[in-house]
Ligand binder design. Structure first.
Ligand code: AMP
Length: 557
């Protein structure tokens, strides 16, 4: 299939804002996609080249991209940047630039989807000395063969900003429509496979039966189920009757996959972090008494002297560590508290009620006290005991308490109220930084005010909810500037637009309705709590979540 065909689909998607129409367009297109492309095209439709859990990553930010564009168009990267700023969009700018070039040289051959994918793969695989140059060269080669329109979508894909308004939910509906299977069958298959290619292929070739046969695979991470903020302990107990209380450990989530003696550990963002966590891997290999299992827990850094949990930053330092891992392990020892099991000896566990899963977890794990154990739990229907449990958790320095529905299944990637979290402060929001302002006066030379955006669940778009500048220390200014500068796409009158990549946890006093921001909401007195390196922009809080919090806040008054 020619890449131009995919591009024409992108164009029609961009031309309509109707969800129904978009679903129809995608469904019709999927029916025409040949079998050998079904594993890659569904992801490309939502602007992803590789599945989230894949270790492949393009690793091209705006500045490398501009170099490639400049090279192809015989100009300078700074000129490209200027044109991007004027166009207000990288894709449109590249389209204009390539159109200029086309008048000089006619592109001779047609790009194929497969070829584009293979080039992306080569870019992702380039590593070591000189890899940046190689990445630029491969991308430049692609762009040299691309028509202006193709260029537009190639660069948007590279930067992870396709902007055609198709997110996971819509793609799921379209797959169902295309191959005449139920949305729930597609949804379920996607939960266990975590890969739209696999799902689309099964739907096309084997229908619902094929979808039902898709199994979890040890080694391929599952999206974690997420927690909801409890409106209050009382309200949750009213809803659930009795429930499981657990300590909410303040660490980082780990998903542990074991097959035989081999253990792989994935972060909440589904990155493979095994090599940074050999202590957890070794303990898991010993403690999990099963040939094949996938379990989940929280890795916590407890200070050996004070017995209190350490700062989140220390945990992330260990997760990111690539060398001197053993030394780091001694410096920041980890304890792991397991709280769920998703897969055991060839059987998917996620449909079992939580109480059964927890029981299985207990049966399969031989605890090592203080090192690798099950999360502390109390099953009760007594609100008073819940309050006591919560106070005790806080007194021990933990973050709070989880209240879990004993009868509920595990729904990967969903925040459905099967587990509630209770924390002392007003819920913070994890938001994406999509832009920034250069500081003035004492803050000159630093990016000092950040544009915060929440994700629209339906379209995947990032919509602004406010700007934050206060509560940032000088040290943080340095850190933020260093992190954000390479992400600059263009700037205009001191304001820069950034490739969405950095997620920050933001506290605020209140959420207000606001016609001034695209999301329709504004945060009052926002303050940065920390950078959430463990979250990707796709995991950032959604506009729908902001709305929910807004409603809750109104009810609480
Ligand atoms: P939050 O990140 O604030 O949405 O809170 C949910 C997170 O709390 C989960 O993703 C886990 O990483 C973490 N957590 C800590 N203790 C537990 C527990 N006992 N059960 C479930 N999640 C826990």
């Amino acid at each position: 299939m020619e890449y131009s065909r995919l591009v024409s689909v992108y164009e029609s998607l961009e031309a309509t804002s109707s969800k129904l129409e978009k679903t129809e367009i995608v469904a019709r297109f999927l029916r025409e996609v040949p079998e050998d492309l079904l594993d890659i095209i569904p992801s490309l439709l939502i602007g992803r080249v590789f599945p989230e859990w894949s270790e492949l990553e393009l690793g091209i930010g705006p500045s490398l991209l501009y170099e490639a564009v400049a090279f192809v168009c015989g100009t300078r990267a700074s000129e490209v940047k200027g044109i991007v700023a004027r166009a207000g969009d990288v894709g449109e700018a590249v389209e204009q630039l390539l159109a200029r070039k086309v008048q000089l040289t006619l592109f001779a051959r047609k790009l194929l989807v497969r070829e584009v994918y293979e080039a992306f793969k080569k870019i992702a695989l380039a590593s070591g000395a000189g890899s940046q140059d190689r990445k630029v060269r491969i991308l430049a080669d692609l762009l040299a063969s691309a028509s202006p329109k193709e260029g537009k979508y190639l660069v948007r894909t590279v930067l992870g900003e396709l902007r055609v308004g198709v997110a996971e939910g819509l793609l799921r509906d379209a797959i169902a429509q295309a191959f005449n299977v139920s949305v729930s069958a597609v949804e379920r298959a996607y939960m266990v496979a975590n890969d739209f290619g696999t799902v689309a292929r099964a739907a096309k070739l084997e229908g619902e039966e094929g979808l039902a046969r898709i199994k979890m695979e040890v080694g391929r991470p599952i999206k974690p189920m997420l927690a909801q903020l409890a409106p209050s302990i009382e309200k949750v107990f009213e809803e659930l009757g009795s429930a499981a209380l657990e300590i909410k450990y303040d660490g980082a989530r780990v998903q542990i996959h074991k097959r035989g003696d081999e253990v792989k550990i994935f972060s909440r963002r589904l990155e493979n972090v095994t090599s940074a966590l050999p202590d957890i891997a070794r303990r898991a290999a010993r403690a999990i008494k099963a040939e094949e299992a996938i379990v989940e827990g929280e890795a916590v850094a407890i200070d050996p002297k004070t017995r209190r949990p350490r700062a989140f930053q220390d945990i992330l330092r260990r997760f990111r560590r690539k060398y001197d891992v053993e030394k780091m392990m001694e410096e920041i020892p980890f304890e792991t508290y397991l709280f769920d099991i998703l897969y055991l000896e060839g059987e998917v566990m996620i449909d079992l009620p939580f109480e059964k899963r927890r029981q299985k977890l207990g049966e399969v794990v031989e605890e090592e006290k203080g090192k690798f154990e099950l999360a502390e739990q109390l099953v009760t229907g007594d609100v008073k005991r819940a309050h006591e449990f919560y106070s005790r958790a806080l007194a021990k320095g933990h973050e709070g308490m989880m209240i879990k529905n004993l009868k509920a299944p595990y729904i990967p990637g969903a925040r459905v109220g099967y587990m509630y979290k209770v924390k002392p402060v007003m819920e913070t929001l994890d938001l994406v930084i999509t832009g920034a302002l250069w500081g003035t006066g004492k803050r000159a030379g630093w990016l000092s005010s950040y544009i915060l955006a929440a994700r629209d669940e339906d379209t995947g778009e990032l919509l602004e909810v406010g700007r934050v500048g206060t509560g940032v220390t000088e040290e943080q200014l340095e850190e933020f500037t260093a992190r954000l500068k390479p992400l600059i796409e263009f700037e205009e009158a001191g304001e820069v637009r950034l490739k969405p990549s950095v997620v920050v946890e933001v506290a605020y006093q209140e959420i207000q309705r606001s016609p001034n921001y695209a999301s329709g909401f504004a945060l009052r007195f926002p303050r940065v709590v920390r950078i959430r390196d463990d979250k990707s922009p796709e995991e950032a809080d959604t506009v729908q979540r902001v709305k929910e919090l807004y409603e809750m806040q109104r009810q609480a008054r």
